[in-house]
Design a binder for this molecule. Structure first.
Ligand SMILES: [Zn+2]
Ligand SMILES: [Zn+2]
Length: 235
């Protein structure tokens, strides 16, 4: 757990993806909801922070892949929290299915092909009707009082991908950055690589130093800058 002046951020591993619990001024916000069936991990994290489900005021989805929307329906039911999603993926969320993005590397092209055919059933999750549908920056002052927190669109991995910027300190980025590999933060899957690099530029412009991805641990602006230098010429 990392504590900062105006808020606290707790990473909650929920299967092979991370959710993040943000608290400020007695309010709690969850970013992403992990893989299906992992709600007990969140329950423990809430308890460790002296919280329970009804304390959650808002759930933000960085995007709607099953490994980020997996426990959403159950969390919404137990907490009554509002659900925020980008308009490009609101329809997917209401259907409970979001196709896998294109592979960006040889092995992930194979995985992507299989995921959208033979294993499409595994990408399904319980559908949810969102409460807040955005198509531009969204201020989180109401849900995280006393912080300069906001949601910004960061498309590329998927069209409706968003990130949560916490002042000029930290950003929760979903799958816009991957930290599963030692030398790169490039996601193995992305629908639009060009858009993805524009989103990386947006992340760098926040002046934040630390980024919290959907897969793997926190990473520094230096690692992002290094991957950008090496890879942005590929598009
Ligand atoms: Zn994803
Ligand atoms: Zn993911």
């Amino acid at each position: 757990m990392i504590s900062k002046k105006s808020y606290s951020l707790t990473a909650v591993p929920m299967g092979h993806s991370n959710a993040y619990l943000l608290t400020a001024g007695g309010s709690a916000v969850l970013v992403d909801t992990g893989c299906p069936g992992k709600i007990n991990k969140l329950e423990s994290a809430l308890r460790e922070n002296g919280l329970d489900f009804p304390d959650l005021g808002l759930v933000i989805l960085t995007h709607t892949h099953y490994d980020h929307a997996g426990c959403l329906a159950e969390i919404k039911e137990r907490s009554g929290a509002k659900v925020l999603v980008h308009e490009a993926e609101a329809g997917c969320l209401e259907k409970g299915y979001t196709p896998f993005p294109k592979g960006t590397m040889w092995f992930s092209r194979i995985i992507s092909g299989l995921a959208n055919s033979l294993f499409a059933f595994r990408a399904k999750y319980v559908p949810v009707k969102p409460d807040i549908v955005i198509n531009k920056e969204y201020d989180l002052g109401y849900y995280l009082p006393g912080t300069k927190a906001r949601v910004i669109p960061t498309p590329g991995h998927t069209e409706g991908s968003v990130s949560v910027v916490l002042g000029n300190e930290e950003v929760v980025v979903g799958d816009t950055l991957f930290n599963d590999f030692p030398k790169t933060v490039f996601p193995p899957f992305a629908n639009d690589e060009k858009q993805l690099f524009r989103s990386w530029e947006k992340l760098a412009e926040t002046s934040c130093a630390t980024f919290y991805p959907g897969h793997g641990g926190a990473l520094s602006i230096e690692k992002l800058a290094d991957s950008y230098r090496k890879l942005s010429k590929r598009v």
